[in-house]
Design a protein around this ligand. Structure first.
Ligand code: MN
Length: 425
C-alpha cells in the first residue's frame, strides 16, 4: 500500500498551526540556550533506523499467539509495510532480513521494489536456532559450537549462504546471533565450546566481501538456561577481537541481565572501536519484547549520550541501528512507529547535552551539577523538533494518528485477510 504524499500533506494541515506555534517556542528556547535547531533537524533527518522483517507480524510466546489480521504474507508485503512506515515517519529507510524466513526468490526484483519505497537493505541475519524442513542435521545441541563437525559445517554453510543473499540485495553486514549453549551444568565444556564457535565464526568471517562487516550479538540466557556461548559483551568482544577488523559487537538492549549498566558497555565498546550495531527494544525481565522507550526512556537517553560522544569523537563511525522487538498485544506497525519515535527522541535529547560542561563537572567531582546537566537535556520536550524534521521531509506530523485516521490496519485486513500470519517468531 503506497501512501500518497497529498494524503500526508492534507493530514498535516489539520494540526499545522498548533505544531508551528509549539515548534517556534521550542526553537526560540533552544537558540537562547546556545543550540542550533537547524543543525539538530539535519541530524534527525539523517538518522534512519532499520526495521526487521520479523517484527511486522504479531509475535507470540510459547503459550500462545494472537495474530491481529492483515499481517504481511510474504517478503513483498513486508517491504510494503516498512515502506508505509517510512512514508509516515521518514526515519525507517532500511529493512533487515532474516534468512531463511525471507529468502528473496528474485533479488533484483526485490531490490527494485524496496527502492520504490525508498528503502535499502540493512544487515542480514542468520538462523541456526531452529531446524528447517529438509535440513539434514539438527541444531538441538548447538550449531557452531556443536560437538559434531558435520553440524558445524552445516551452520557455517548456512551463514555463508546468508551473506550471498545479502550481497545480492546490496546489504553490507551480517548479524550472527547464536542460541548455542547448555541447559545444565556439566552439559558443555566451556572452553571447547568457545574454541569451536570461534573456529566457525572465523570461517564465516573469511567469506565476508571486503566491504562487509560481521556483528556478533550476545545474550545471557534463552533458549539455553545455564550457559550461552556468547553470553555477554565480554565474550562478544573476545570473539570479534580475535576475528579481525571487520568483526564488531552488537548490543541488543534486551540481552542483558536486569540492572546491567548498558551505557557503560556502550562507552567501552566504542573506546575499543568494536561497537558495530544496535538492536533497540525495552525490557523489564528478559529479552526484547517491549517497545523501545516504553519503560526506561532515561536509560535509552543515557545510552545515546555515549553514542553521541562516540560519533562526535569519530565522525567516520558507522553503526547499524535496528529495532529488534516482538509485539504480542499491540498492532506491530503502531508499535514500530512508537519505537522509532522513542529512539529518535533519545538521540535528540542526547544531542543537547553540554559535553564540555559535563566534562568539567566530572573532573571537579561536582556530582550534583553532572546530574543537572544530563537531566536538563533529558527533560526537554523535543517532540516538536521531531515533528518539524518529519514535516520538512514530507512525512507525517503525527504518524500514529495518521495511521489510525486513515484506517490503515483495516485496509491491510481487507487486502490480505484477517487470518494471515507473518513468518517470524
Ligand atoms: Mn537482537
Amino acid at each position: 500500500m503506497q501512501l500518497p504524499k497529498e494524503q500526508i500533506a492534507a493530514h498535516n494541515q489539520t494540526s499545522l498551526a498548533r505544531h508551528q506555534a509549539q515548534y517556534r517556542f521550542l526553537a526560540d528556547s533552544l537558540t537562547a540556550d546556545g543550540h542550533q535547531p537547524e543543525q539538530l533537524l539535519a541530524k534527525l533527518q539523517a538518522f534512519q533506523v532499520a526495521l526487521p522483517s520479523w517484527a511486522l507480524g504479531t509475535g507470540g510466546t510459547r503459550f500462545g499467539r494472537f495474530p491481529g489480521g492483515g499481517e504481511p504474507r510474504n517478503l513483498e508485503e513486508k517491504i510494503a509495510d516498512v515502506g508505509l512506515l517510512h512514508a509516515l515517519n521518514h526515519s525507517s529507510g532500511a529493512i533487515s532480513l532474516h534468512i531463511p524466513w525471507d529468502i528473496p526468490q528474485d533479488a533484483a526484483a526485490i531490490r527494485t521494489l524496496a527502492a520504490s519505497y525508498g528503502l535499502v537493505f540493512d544487515a542480514v541475519n542468520s538462523n541456526t536456532f531452529q531446524d528447517q524442513p529438509g535440513q539434514p542435521l539438527s541444531y538441538k545441541f548447538g550449531s557452531l559450537s556443536h560437538t559434531d563437525a558435520g553440524v558445524r559445517r552445516q551452520a557455517v554453510a548456512h551463514n555463508v549462504e546468508v551473506i550471498r543473499h545479502g550481497v545480492a540485495l546490496g546489504s553490507k553486514a551480517t548479524t550472527v546471533w547464536l542460541s548455542d549453549g547448555s541447559c545444565f551444568p556439566g552439559q558443555q565444556h566451556f572452553r571447547r565450546a568457545f574454541e569451536r564457535t570461534l573456529a566457525g565464526l572465523a570461517e564465516i568471517y573469511e567469506a565476508l566481501p571486503p566491504d562487509w562487516r560481521m556483528y556478533v550479538e550476545y545474550k545471557p540466557f534463552e533458549p539455553n538456561f545455564y550457559s550461552m556461548v556468547v553470553q555477554d559483551w565480554g565474550a562478544s568482544l573476545l570473539y570479534v577481537s580475535k576475528l579481525g577488523p571487520k568483526a564488531f559487537s552488537l548490543v541488543d538492549l534486551g540481552h542483558h541481565l536486569p540492572n546491567a549498566n548498558i551505557e557503560q558497555i556502550v562507552a567501552l565498546l566504542l573506546m575499543e572501536g568494536k561497537l558495530g550495531g544496535f538492536h533497540f527494544n525495552d525490557s523489564k525481565y528478559g529479552d526484547d519484547d517491549l517497545t523501545a522507550g516504553a519503560l526506561k526512556p532515561y536509560q535509552l537517553f543515557l545510552i545515546f549520550k555515549e553514542l553521541v560522544e562516540g560519533m562526535e569523537r569519530n565522525p567516520q563511525l558507522s553503526l547499524s541501528w535496528m529495532i529488534d522487538a516482538s509485539h504480542n498485544v499491540k498492532d506491530p506497525l503502531e508499535d514500530l512507529l512508537q519505537s522509532v519515535e522513542a529512539i529518535k527522541l533519545a538521540y535528540a535529547q542526547a544531542l543537547l547535552v553540554d559535553a564540555a560542561a559535563l566534562h568539567q563537572a566530572q573532573e571537579a567531582n561536582d556530582v550534583a551539577l553532572a546530574q543537572e546537566l544530563l537531566q536538563r537535556a533529558f527533560r526537554t520536550d523535543l517532540r516538536p523538533l521531531l515533528a518539524e524534521a518529519r514535516l520538512r521531509a514530507g512525512a507525517a506530523l503525527a504518524p500514529l494518528a495518521l495511521f489510525r485516521d486513515l484506517g490503515m490496519r483495516a485496509q491491510l485486513v481487507r487486502e490480505r485477510g484477517s487470518r494471515t500470519v507473518a513468518t517470524g517468531l
